[in-house]
Design a binder for this molecule. Structure first.
Ligand code: NAD
Length: 358
């Protein structure tokens, strides 16, 4: 098994170092190889995703990714900006399924802006289609309007589209995932207005015939946005398109109140995946040793589960994380009175210690 380790920029290097520490204490045989990505790669090679980095990622079973970006690159041409590396990796590895769990740890209930009783015990999984929809549909662009409300005016347009195979494969991913959890899938659409999402709903319903042990419900996206803050625990797995998933996964992740705790995974059809925290490179705290490494450590656990077939090791890491939280250790982003404030490396060390003590 081979893992490509791409720390990236800002806090990326600090948090990935802690996840690597954790992986190293597991008694598993895998090879880890690091490469530059994002702004760091641009500085060294003139491109955010150099050929050598892409080759390493393609050949690996999984990619452990930190974060990329810094305000200082905002003036670069778009194809050279650090964030393009993620899009390049998604495209080249065919990563069409994005997994964003939103789990509320018992000890962090107070970090949410929702009432504790609404989110205590929350454990939902958002599965977002990642390579289609209005974000990639052609044609798109700017032109002079020939019809509409203002003929002759400048206008911009994008194209929303999904093909049957694209919907079928993401629906299967969702039903398979639900089978291993609460056995319920909520498919989120806007079938009442959009032809694309009436088709989405029809295809998901057809695929469901192969998964009769899993409950399927359909929900309009506007209602889903409301239900996520009204009764989030009613969800198990949510599956939706690229744009709705972009928005709802951020909303769901914030239910837990702590961005430093949220892992993510993006998978292709052969279970090769890219694993990264849901947050960015946090230039405001980079180099200070205060970033929370737990989202990255939990991403490494997801990597063991989904791409490396090591469920037991994944659970060991997750239990070690619960253990350090129960000990009261907190990085500043999740700190509250009565707990013990620690830095990035101390948090990583505590997870390693908890793992070794199991
Ligand atoms: P961000 O997620 O980097 O930071 C938002 C806020 O959360 C900041 O206050 C930051 O200090 C805090 N934060 C984030 N991660 C944390 C952690 N692990 N521990 C403690 N606090 C944490 O988002 P941003 O500030 O909007 O973007 C910063 C840069 O990151 C930009 O260049 C952006 O393009 C890039 N970005 C990259 C990714 C990615 O690599 N996948 C994702 C989002 C943003």
């Amino acid at each position: 098994m081979k893992i490509a380790v791409l720390p990236g920029d800002g806090i990326g290097t600090e948090i990935v170092a802690e996840a690597v520490k954790v992986l190293e204490v597991l008694d598993l045989k895998f090879e880890m190889e690091s490469a530059l990505v994002g702004g760091a790669a641009y500085e060294a090679h003139g491109h955010p995703l150099p050929e050598s980095t892409l080759k390493l990622a393609k050949e690996a079973d999984a990619v452990l990714f930190g974060a990329v970006g810094d305000w200082k690159y905002d003036k670069l041409d778009r194809p050279l900006r650090p964030e393009q590396a993620i899009l390049g990796l998604r495209k080249n590895l065919g990563l069409f399924a994005n997994f964003r769990p939103a789990i509320c740890y018992e000890q962090l209930v107070g970090a949410s802006s929702l009432k504790p009783e609404l989110i205590a015990g929350l454990d939902i999984l958002i599965i977002r289609e990642l390579t289609g929809d209005i974000y990639f549909g052609q044609p798109r662009g700017r032109r002079t309007a020939v019809d509409g409300h203002f003929p002759g005016a400048d206008e911009a347009f994008d194209t929303m589209r999904y093909s049957r195979p694209e919907i079928e494969r993401i629906a299967r991913v969702a039903f398979e995932a639900a089978r291993k959890r609460g056995k319920k899938v909520t498919s989120v659409d806007k079938a009442n207005v959009l032809e694309t999402f009436q088709f989405w709903k029809d295809v998901v319903t057809e695929v469901h015939k192969d998964y009769q042990d899993v409950e399927l419900e359909h929900m309009y996206v506007d209602n889903a946005a409301m239900q996520l803050v009204k009764k989030p625990k009613a969800f198990d797995v949510i599956v939706t398109g690229n744009m709705f998933g972009d928005i709802l996964s951020d909303e769901a992740s914030m239910l837990t109140g702590s961005i430093g705790m949220l892992p993510s995974a993006s998978l292709n059809s052969s279970n090769q995946g890219l694993y990264e925290p849901s947050h960015g490179s946090a230039p405001d705290i980079a180099g200070k040793g205060v970033a929370n490494p737990l989202a990255t450590i939990l991403s490494a656990a997801m990597m063991l589960r989904f791409s490396l077939n090591q469920e037991e090791a994944a659970q060991r890491i997750e239990n070690a994380v619960k253990n350090v939280l129960a000990q009261g250790l907190r990085t500043p982003d999740i700190y509250s009175e009565g707990t013990t404030k620690v830095g990035t490396a101390q948090m990583g060390d505590a997870v390693v210690k908890a793992l070794s003590a199991q």
